[in-house]
Structure formats: structure tokens, C-alpha cells
Design a protein around this ligand. Structure first.
Ligand code: FES
Ligand SMILES: [Fe+2]
Length: 321
């Protein structure tokens, strides 16, 4: 067996809410085949505006609802023989050429919600119901804040490895050219589910004095993160990102960035673009690394040790060694 395979521990797909689309990309009547959690799915928006996600293979002869299907009111119609499936329950509600509907004519309906300009789906590998929520950000849509800048990217890494990056203050110095590792601390909220890390930072600004700010990163679940740049008088910046497992080796990250309008012309745009392009420095490391279930840590690596403990709650089974 190759060394890489011996040293690598595969990770399962975690449980939680994950974004599967930006809201603006799916209007009423739109249907989109999607692939997340190593599953084929169909996403659509009903005529009343509800975003829905179903298993896509029709119980009849197995056609994919997302390829040629059609939204009819609150349901989706199969392209093959026109059986209709309700978006909320997944139950077949109409067979146009038959009165009686077989009880087994039903597909899995995934829990779906829409917040902060994103459509989220609940993934749980034992089909448990959602047990927590994603917060609403007042900054998004506020008149004093810029129209959110949206960005998305596919990463060749497991979602836990991409997320671990946020809780690895040392790598910012060596991978992202920060002049030093910012002093940081951690708080836990909501019975330990929300992981807040706080760093005191300084940023260079074109044609101005460096800015001192506090970086607050709240992680609600694996891959769901908000970053707030606080402590700058009269100004602020918010980034919300949702990283979704395509499978156990690829992750689709969606970012939403907004800043107060009073800073957007001065340095907000540059700062937001720098955040987006900064992630590229991580690519070669993610693409070529193995995942170590039991990494050798030094005594200063307390954040990484805390993070590895925190993620355990988002898996149904303990990770293999
Ligand atoms: S395969 Fe879907 S209606 Fe026949
Ligand atoms: Fe990074």
C-alpha cells in the first residue's frame, strides 16, 4: 500500500446545515440537479417561492427529476411519465393517467431552509432531524452596508480540513504572509456547539495608517463560519461562508462578504478581494496533504487540539484511527 494511503485517515461526511446554492441563482420554477454529501439530489423552487431538495430518482422507472422535470405549483413533475412529487413531503401527489397512487411512490425530502441569501440543506447520516439553526445576519440587506459580494469555489479537500484552517492561527503567518501570529483566544457558546475564536489583528491600508481590529470567527458547525471585523470605529466587515461536502475529498465553499458603505470605496473592496484571493495560498497544501486522525502536536498547538475535540460532536461515529 502506498505511504500516502497508510498515513491518511478518511473522514466521514459530517452532520449539519450546509449551503447548496445562493438564493439568487434559483428563481420560482427553476430546477437544478446537484451533487452534495456524495449523493445525487434535485433542487427546485416552487411557485410560492419555497426552495426544496429531494432525492432525484423517480420510484416509478427511475428517471432523474432534475433532468427534464418541471415545477408544477408546489411539486415537481417527472419527465418520463409525469408523476408529481410534493416538494415538502416527497410524496407522489398525482399520476395523470391513474386514480390510485401506490403508497411507496415517495422520495426522500431533505430539510431545507433559506437564510442570509443562501439555501441550506440538513445532512445527517442517520436521518436525525435538525437540532440547531443558522443565525440571521442583520448586516445583510441593511442600508448602511454594501450589497453583498458573492464568491464560490470548489476545493480539493475534506470540509473538516478546509474548516480547520480557520482555527489554525499559526498558519496565517507562514501561509498567508501575516507579519506575526495574532494573539487569539477561544470561547464556546450554545452548550459548546458554537466555537468563537477572537484574534487581535493589524492590517496595512493603501495610503493610510495601519488599522487595528478584532477578528471574531464564529463556527456554528463544520464549514459554517462568520467572520466579523470589529473594533474599527464606525466601520465593519462581515464575511459568512458555508462549505459543503461534495464528497469526502471535495468541498464547495460559498462566501458572502459585506462591509459598511463608509469604507467600501476606501479600502473595503480591496480588503474583501484580498480575503477571497488569500484562500488560494492554501490550495497546494490541501490538495497534497493527508488527514492525520492523531496528529503530533506541540504544546503551543492548543487551538488545533481544541478544534479536533469540538468537531467530534458533528459526526455520528467516532473517526477511525
Ligand atoms: S419514471 Fe418517473 S414517472 Fe415514470
Ligand atoms: Fe488558510
Amino acid at each position: 500500500m502506498a505511504r500516502r494511503d497508510v498515513e491518511h485517515t478518511p473522514l466521514a461526511i459530517p452532520n449539519g446545515w450546509f449551503a447548496v446554492a445562493f438564493s439568487r441563482d434559483i428563481v420560482a420554477g427553476d430546477i437544478k440537479p446537484i451533487h452534495y454529501f456524495d449523493e445525487d439530489l434535485v433542487l427546485f423552487r416552487t411557485r410560492s417561492g419555497q426552495a426544496r431538495v429531494l432525492d432525484p430518482y423517480c420510484p416509478h422507472l427511475g428517471a432523474h427529476l432534475g433532468h427534464g422535470g418541471r415545477v408544477i405549483g408546489e411539486s415537481i413533475r417527472c419527465p418520463f411519465h409525469a408523476w408529481q412529487y410534493d416538494g415538502e413531503s416527497g410524496a407522489c401527489v398525482k399520476i395523470p393517467y391513474c386514480e390510485r397512487i401506490p403508497p411507496a411512490a415517495k422520495v426522500k425530502a431533505w430539510h431545507t431552509m433559506e437564510k442570509n441569501g443562501l439555501i441550506f440543506v440538513w445532512h445527517h447520516d442517520r436521518d436525525a432531524a435538525p437540532s440547531w439553526d443558522i443565525p440571521v445576519y442583520d448586516e445583510i440587506g441593511d442600508d448602511a452596508w454594501s450589497e453583498p459580494r458573492l464568491h464560490d469555489i470548489v476545493l480539493e479537500a475534506h470540509v473538516q480540513d478546509t474548516h480547520e484552517n480557520n482555527n489554525d492561527p499559526v498558519h496565517f503567518q507562514y501561509v498567508h504572509s501575516m507579519t506575526e501570529t495574532p494573539p487569539s483566544s477561544i470561547e464556546y457558546r450554545d452548550d459548546g456547539r458554537v466555537y468563537r475564536s477572537i484574534s487581535d489583528c493589524t492590517a496595512d491600508v493603501p495610503n493610510g495608517d495601519p488599522i487595528h481590529y478584532t477578528l471574531e470567527r464564529d463556527a456554528f458547525g463544520i464549514g459554517q463560519v462568520s467572520l466579523r471585523f470589529a473594533g474599527i470605529p464606525g466601520a465593519g466587515l462581515l464575511m459568512f461562508s458555508s462549505s459543503t461536502p461534495i464528497d469526502a475529498t471535495k468541498t464547495h465553499s460559498r462566501w458572502l462578504l459585506t462591509c459598511t458603505k463608509n469604507m467600501v470605496d476606501v479600502w473595503g473592496e480591496e480588503f474583501m478581494l484580498a480575503l477571497v484571493s488569500g484562500v488560494q495560498c492554501d490550495f497546494p497544501i490541501w490538495k497534497n496533504k493527508v488527514h492525520r486522525a492523531r496528529p503530533v502536536l506541540c504544546e503551543e498547538d492548543t487551538f488545533l487540539a481544541d478544534y479536533r475535540n469540538w468537531v467530534k460532536q458533528f459526526y455520528s461515529r467516532p473517526a477511525a484511527d
